[in-house]
Design a protein around this ligand. Sequence first.
Ligand code: GNR
Ligand code: NI
Length: 166
Amino acid sequence: MPLLDILEYPDPRLLTVAQPVDVVDDDLRALIDDMAETMYAAPGVGLAATQVNVHVRLVIVDVSETRDQLQVFINPEILERDGEQSCEEGCLSVPGIYDTVTRAARIKVRALGRDGVPFEIEAEEMLAVCLQHEFDHLEGKVFVDYLSRLKQSRIRTRLEKRARRR
Ligand code: GNR
Ligand code: NI
């Protein structure tokens, strides 16, 4: 199975708003499998379809230490959010850049699983951070959008320079 290429900031394709999935079928499950392989190889704790240039509402996460607890969220919705937490975030689409982002401490999420069956979960701590980070990707948003404009322009310059050297 092939590893998928991950788009890197400031690639304008990362700004795309993803479309809802209408059928959860074997093609979608094949994409999930390729994304999982790509996320584990990176390694990352989450991956949104947007990052592999597929603009549908699908994210995967695995925040377990054992790296064997894949969670799949299709057409996710945040039903409730409360509290605040700040976490040092990174992103596979913004390699080598880490900064603190404040997000909701707890969220309640509804989505479809890889079998197409709806489920709801409550998330806190790292899972809540990761899910909010992934759901942002589906809206065309990356964590650097929360940083100051000065930091954003420094990050843009640094990654553009690095991309040119490759
Ligand atoms: O691997 C990842 N680590 C991470 C760390 C802190 C907050 C969010 C993340 S998600 C990131 C993988 C990624 O880019 N997902 O979109
Ligand atoms: Ni990311």
